[in-house]
Design a protein around this ligand. Structure first.
Ligand code: FE
Ligand code: FE
Length: 339
C-alpha cells in the first residue's frame, strides 16, 4: 500500500478542466462548436463561474502561436485561480498510433519528452499532480496488438516519466474507449494492476465518474477499490448515459450513483476540491459549470442529512429497499399515505 499522502484542500471548493471553457470539436462540426479560444481567455472564463478555485491545464498551452508559462501564470494571478494539474497532450495527431505504446520508438520517446517538459512546467506552476491520459494507447481491431507488449510499454512509460519526480504525483485517468475502440487503461481494476507493476509510490488513479459509468463499473465501488489501496489522487465529476463519454452536467442522469460516489469519498475523509470535467457542446459553459456546482452542493447538504447509522445497518443486512428508501425520502419527500 502506498505511504504517499496527497495535498489536501477544503472540500467545499471546486476545480475544473480548463478545456470546459475552450473550443469543442467533433468529427461532424470540424469547424468547431465555437470560435477558437486562447487558454488564457478560458482561464478568465473559468474565473467568471464563481466557486472554481483551481484548474487542470492542457500542455502545450493552446492559443494562436506559443503561449508561455508566464502568460498562463499572469492569467492565473489576475483571476486568483491556481494550477491544480497539468495534462500533457499525448493524444494528438502525432500520437495517433499511441504514446507509451506507439510501435515507433522515436514517437514513444517524443511522448516521454513532452511529458517531461510538461512536468517541469507543473513544478514551475506548483501543481498538485500530473494528469496522464494516454488516449491513443490501445487498439482498434482484433489481432492488431500483442497485449503483453502493450502492458510492458505502458508500465515502462509510466516508470520512465514518474520515477525521476518522486515528489510529484502522477494520476492515470482511465477510460474504456474513444478515441481507440479499446483503450489500454480501461477500468479501475486494470489500472490498479498496472500500478502494482509500475511499483512507484507517486503513481495513482484519477476516476472520471463518467468514464467509470462508461466502463460498466459502479463508480462508488471503483473509488473504494482505489481508496483502499491509497491510490486515489483525484476525481472528475460529470454524467452520461453509460454508452458514451457524454460529459454532461453532474447529476443530470445518474443522481443516485453520484450521491453514492460522493458518500464513498466523504466517508473516506475526502478533502479535495470537487473537480468538474464537462463538454457542454450546446450549452453555455459557464452556466453548465454553475449548474453542476449547485447540484454537488445540494448533494453534499443531502449527505449531511442522511442517517449514516441507519444506512449502515441496512447495508449490513444488504437490504436494498431500506437503503434506497432513505435516499428516496430525502430526494422525493415523505411518502404519500395511499389509504
Ligand atoms: Fe476526465
Ligand atoms: Fe472523458
Amino acid at each position: 500500500m502506498s505511504e504517499y499522502t496527497f495535498t489536501k484542500h477544503a472540500s467545499d471548493t471546486f476545480s475544473a478542466g480548463v478545456w470546459m471553457f475552450g473550443r469543442f470539436l467533433d468529427r461532424y462540426a470540424t469547424d468547431g462548436y465555437g470560435p477558437p479560444v486562447e487558454i488564457t481567455d478560458a482561464i478568465r472564463t473559468a474565473a467568471s463561474v464563481g466557486g472554481i478555485e483551481s484548474l487542470d491545464l492542457n500542455y502545450p498551452f493552446w492559443g494562436t502561436g506559443e503561449v508561455t508559462v508566464e502568460a498562463v501564470r499572469d492569467a492565473l494571478d489576475e483571476t486568483g485561480l491556481r494550477a491544480l494539474a497539468i495534462t500533457p497532450e499525448i493524444y494528438t495527431r502525432e500520437f495517433r498510433a499511441g504514446s507509451f505504446t506507439n510501435p515507433d520508438g522515436k514517437v514513444r520517446r517524443r511522448a516521454l519528452d513532452l511529458i517531461e517538459r510538461a512536468t517541469e512546467v507543473g513544478h514551475e506552476l506548483g501543481v498538485d499532480y500530473m494528469k496522464i491520459w494516454p488516449g491513443q494507447d490501445g487498439f482498434d481491431y482484433p489481432l492488431q496488438t500483442d497485449p503483453r507488449r502493450l502492458w510492458e510499454l505502458s508500465v515502462d512509460g509510466m516508470q520512465k516519466i514518474a520515477a525521476p519526480h518522486p515528489s510529484m504525483p502522477f494520476a492515470i485517468e482511465y477510460k474504456p474507449k474513444e478515441p481507440r475502440t479499446h483503450m489500454f487503461f480501461s477500468d479501475a481494476a486494470r489500472t490498479l494492476l498496472a500500478i502494482d507493476d509500475i511499483a512507484l509510490d507517486n503513481v495513482g488513479v484519477l476516476i472520471d465518474f463518467g468514464h467509470s459509468l462508461y466502463a460498466g463499473e459502479s463508480p462508488a465501488a471503483a473509488a473504494d477499490l482505489c481508496l483502499a489501496r491509497g491510490r486515489l489522487i483525484d476525481i472528475d465529476l460529470n454524467d452520461n448515459f453509460r454508452s458514451w463519454d457524454d460529459d454532461m452536467t453532474v447529476g443530470s442522469v445518474h443522481i443516485l450513483e453520484t450521491i453514492e460516489f460522493l458518500l464513498t469519498l466523504k466517508n473516506a475523509g475526502w478533502q479535495k476540491a470537487w473537480k468538474l470535467d464537462q463538454f457542454p457542446f450546446r450549452e453555455d459553459p459557464v452556466e453548465a459549470a454553475r449548474a453542476s456546482i449547485r447540484t454537488v452542493q445540494a448533494m453534499l447538504r443531502l449527505l449531511d442529512r442522511i442517517d449514516l447509522e441507519q444506512l449502515e445497518a441496512a447495508r449490513e443486512r444488504q437490504d436494498a429497499l431500506a437503503a434506497q428508501s432513505f435516499l428516496h425520502e430525502l430526494l422525493l419527500g415523505e411518502p404519500v399515505d395511499a389509504s
